[in-house]
Design a protein around this ligand. Structure first.
Ligand SMILES: NC(=O)c1ccc[n+]([C@@H]2O[C@H](COP(=O)([O-])OP(=O)(O)OC[C@H]3O[C@@H](n4cnc5c(N)ncnc54)[C@H](OP(=O)(O)O)[C@@H]3O)[C@@H](O)[C@H]2O)c1
Length: 251
C-alpha cells in the first residue's frame, strides 16, 4: 500500500481505527475523521507519521465538503475511501420518532452518498481506486432492537450494488464489509443497555457465534485493508461478512 492514500471516516476508535491501523501497517497513508478533536489527536499519536486527521461530522453535508477539500489540498488524489460512521441509536418501532429516522438517514445513508459523490473526482486520479462501505450483518438478517440500522444499511448496499455497474467501467471498485460483533465501545454501550445486563448479554451472543467470541478491531481492519488494496483487484460489488460464522444463511 506504499504511496496509497486512504480516507477512513469515523476512525478515532473502533472499527474505523482498526481499518486505519491495518492500512498504515501495510504502508498506506491515512486521513481519518471524527467529531472529537481530542480523540483524533490520540488516534494519530498511536497511528504514527503516516496519519493525519480532520474534524468532521459525516452526518453533515458541509463537514463532508470541507473534509474532501482538505484531502484535495493535502494529496490531489485518493486511492481509497472507507466510508464509516457512528451507529444509529437502538430502538424498536414504537420507540422511534420521525426525528430519529431522519437523523439515521443523514448518518447512515446520506454520509455514504455524499462521501462517494465528493470523493469520486479524487479517486479518478488514482491507478487503483476503491471504495469500501462499512455496513453490518444487519443487511443479511435484522438485529433485534436495532431497527434504524436494519432499515438504513440495506439502502447503502443497494447503492453500492447499483454504482458497481456505473463506476466499475472506470476501474473504480466498490464493496461492502459487514461486521457481526466486533468488540468496540459501541458494542459495549449496546450491551450495557440490554435487559439481561452486559456480561450475560455478551455471553449469550458469543454462544451463538461458531468461533465463540466477538472479533477484534484488528481482525476487522485486516479485511478492510485487503479489500481496499490492489490485491483485491477483481473483488467488486461484493458483500463480505466478518462475523466469526454468525450468519448461517446459505447465500
Ligand atoms: N462493532 C460492531 O460489531 C459493529 C457491527 C455492525 C455495525 N457496526 C457499525 O459500525 C460503525 C462503527 O462502529 P464502532 O463499533 O466502531 O463504533 P465506536 O466504537 O462507537 O466508534 C465510532 C467512531 O466513529 C466516530 N463517529 C461517530 N459518529 C460520527 C459522526 N457523525 N461523524 C464522524 N465520526 C463519527 C467516533 O468518534 P466521535 O464520537 O469523536 O465522532 C468513533 O471514532 C457504526 O455505524 C456501527 O453501528 C459495528
Amino acid at each position: 500500500m506504499k504511496n496509497k492514500t486512504i480516507l477512513v471516516t469515523a476512525a478515532s476508535r473502533g472499527l474505523g481505527y482498526g481499518a486505519a491501523k491495518a492500512l498504515v501497517e501495510e504502508g498506506a497513508k491515512v486521513i481519518i475523521c471524527g467529531r472529537s478533536e481530542e480523540s483524533l489527536k490520540n488516534a494519530i499519536a498511536s497511528l504514527g507519521p503516516n496519519s493525519q486527521y480532520f474534524v468532521a461530522d459525516v452526518s453533515k453535508s458541509k463537514d463532508i465538503t470541507e473534509l474532501i477539500d482538505h484531502v484535495k489540498q493535502a494529496t490531489q488524489k485518493l486511492d481509497g475511501l472507507f466510508a464509516n460512521a457512528g451507529g444509529p441509536p437502538p430502538g424498536t418501532f414504537s420507540d422511534l420518532s420521525d426525528e430519529h429516522w431522519k437523523s439515521a438517514f443523514e448518518l447512515t445513508l446520506m454520509s455514504s452518498v455524499r462521501l462517494t459523490r465528493e470523493a469520486l473526482p479524487l479517486l479518478r486520479n488514482s491507478d487503483s481506486p476503491s471504495i469500501l462501505y462499512s455496513t453490518s450483518i444487519s443487511v443479511k438478517e435484522p438485529i433485534q432492537n436495532l431497527l434504524l440500522s436494519n432499515a438504513m444499511r440495506p439502502a447503502v448496499v443497494g447503492m453500492m450494488r447499483t454504482i458497481s455497474d456505473e463506476i466499475g467501467p472506470e476501474g473504480i471498485r466498490v464493496n461492502a464489509i459487514c461486521p457481526g460483533y466486533v468488540y468496540t465501545k459501541r458494542v459495549d454501550e449496546l450491551l450495557a443497555k440490554s435487559r439481561e445486563g452486559s456480561s450475560s448479554a455478551k455471553d449469550a451472543i458469543e454462544a451463538r457465534i461458531p468461533l465463540k467470541r466477538m472479533g477484534t478491531p484488528e481482525e476487522f481492519g485486516a479485511v478492510c485493508a485487503f479489500l481496499l488494496s490492489p490485491v483485491a483487484s477483481y473483488v467488486h460489488g461484493a458483500l463480505l461478512l466478518v462475523d466469526g460464522g454468525l450468519y448461517r444463511g446459505m447465500m
